[in-house]
Design a protein around this ligand. Sequence first.
Ligand code: SAM
Length: 316
Amino acid sequence: MGKASRDKRDIYYRKAKEEGWRARSAFKLIQIDEEFNIFEGVKRVVDLCAAPGSWSQVLSRKLYLPAKLSPDSRDNDLPLIVAIDLQPMAPIEGVIQVQGDITNARTAEVVIRHFDGSKADLVVCDGAPDVTGLHDMDEFVQSQLILAGLTIVTHVLKEGGKFIAKIFRGKDTSLLYCQLKLFFPVVTFAKPKSSRNSSIEAFAVCENYSPPEGFNPKDLHRLLEKVGSPSGADDLDCSSGWLEGASKVYIPFLACGDLSGYDSDRSYPLPKDADGTYQSLDPVQPPIAPPYKRALEMKKASSHGVKELEKPSLDS
Ligand code: SAM
């Protein structure tokens, strides 16, 4: 798809470039905030799976920059934003970057070190594996990322804090809902207007972190397993397991964002210059080390008749 054609068919892609966001996902976090006010009172925040960085940009623009520009600002009282991803990303003002794997238990320790032992008010996780198109497989891998996010949450989130995580809706959605309910009394699944209807993506908005009494993060997986075992069943009661009919759990599901605003599934006419032409903008910040880089290099090498590339260095 050409740039202008994508600009026409994806209004949020075009708007992201116009407003200086690195990815259209920025609008998802903004629309979630419009509905749930997730940034209120937030001083410490963790952005899991942050690259290329549009959510970190939102956090910087909504939390860090206003505090820094405020006449009463003090350097030691500015909001702290820690962003983690497997991939490196270009710097963002007020954002501390950590290149790491959220499924690694030591990642939580790194975050805590940056907060000087204090806990976070908000953890967001927009993690996504490379989608295979095999729905069950993608949903499963996605749920593993959420559980990795939840593991970090149990170490770094303060009581009363919030957790926002991307989910893929599927046959285990009820199970995931009940697992999150163990830790958060209020869990809503939200679909921002900027997320396409055709996409199975949604976001779990989990409020008021309240781990069970005496909870030890080491017991997380044992506790989660207790919620339910027969995967694939849809009839689940969060307090007592699998049930039939009227007792089954109903998940609060909410569309958010200005509902009369832009529709991500519609094409919009392109704004023309005075001379009647349309100038497509370049992306704000292309990924600096995208995972597909080596595949592109290999393709280029093979089209030049090179049989084998040298082995990648450890940091490629
Ligand atoms: N929120 C980002 C933004 O607004 O720019 C977009 C995130 S992108 C959809 C998903 C990211 O998840 C990718 O950058 C990928 O590297 C990251 N990711 C996937 N698995 C991960 C893992 N185990 N640890 C850390 N990051 C991971």
